[in-house]
Write a new protein. Structure first.
Length: 270
């Protein structure tokens, strides 16, 4: 049975907004409360299992003022999630914060306003969940290269963000990090609420037992791992899921390699 839609966005994606975005409306909360869940899913894990990142450990990490994460694709372009931004066009309403793990620290903190947003063509709430935010000036920090093939789309991934440390919790002052294992499409689709997973556009990652996951406010942040040269490479973008760190409810991430050419082409045009 097709997933019901509300104002053009599937209920599945409204559920994801609850998980990944820092802000959520009452209507979405009402929809979530109506969804049947298994006993294993009914009680969220009290934490997402993260530990505090060291200053400079992930220098490409960016916090966006709408309550999302991102990564420096270039020193003047942030790669984030489409559901975090509005339509493609001029946009000076976003502030990117980088250079610190402590958002309240002023030592080394860089804050730059946006000038333009590019949202993935055809994005309608299902798949294609990527976007670019162009900044008013470059940020002199290392960038995070993206995977251009599926070579690194398995294994163990690193996740990081300033989102909630528990489902429904407050946003974090300090950058938290953790690792999650790859979950196959077939296994992911077998879980309640995940039958709509879009193969070749999305990757699942997490533990069957739950306990470690991205959460509200981590949307748009990178999922990354080491490549053959031991350098960090981005394979995913935090997109959606059911709750935070629940059993049998992995996180779902935009499969970056699928969109690598489109991302590069869009960035070159900004």
């Amino acid at each position: 049975m097709p997933t019901p839609h509300m104002e053009g966005i599937t209920v599945k994606r409204i559920l994801t907004a609850l998980k990944r975005c820092a802000t959520i409306g009452a209507a979405a909360l009402a929809i979530v409360s109506l969804q049947p869940v298994s006993a294993a899913q009914a009680a969220p894990s009290p934490v997402v299992g993260g530990t505090r990142a060291a200053q400079g450990e992930f220098p490409f990490m960016v916090r966006l003022s709408m309550g999302c994460g991102g990564a420096l694709y270039t020193q003047q372009i942030v790669l984030t999630a489409a559901h975090c931004v509005g339509a493609t066009g001029a946009n000076t309403g976003i502030t990117a914060t980088a250079g610190v793990v402590d958002l309240q620290s002023t030592s080394g903190r860089v804050q730059v306003r946006s000038t333009y947003v590019y949202r993935a063509p055809g994005y309608n709430g299902d798949g294609k969940d990527w976007a670019l935010v162009k900044l008013a000036q470059p940020i002199n920090l290392p960038t995070l290269k993206i995977a251009s093939s599926a070579q690194y789309n398995t294994g163990t991934f690193t996740i990081a963000g300033w989102g909630a440390a528990r489902e429904g919790g407050a946003q974090q002052r300090y950058l938290l990090k953790s690792t999650v294992p790859f979950v196959s499409d077939a296994t992911c689709r077998s879980y309640s609420g995940y039958s709509g997973l879009i193969a070749n556009e999305e990757i699942c990652a997490g533990y069957a037992a739950g306990g470690v996951d991205t959460c509200q406010g981590d949307s748009g942040g990178p999922m990354f791992r080491r490549d053959a040269d031991n350098a960090w490479i981005q394979v995913g973008i935090v997109s959606w899921g059911i709750g935070c760190a629940r059993a049998n409810a992995p996180g779902v991430y935009t499969e970056v390699s699928t969109f690598a050419s489109a991302i590069a082409s869009a960035a070159a045009s900004l």
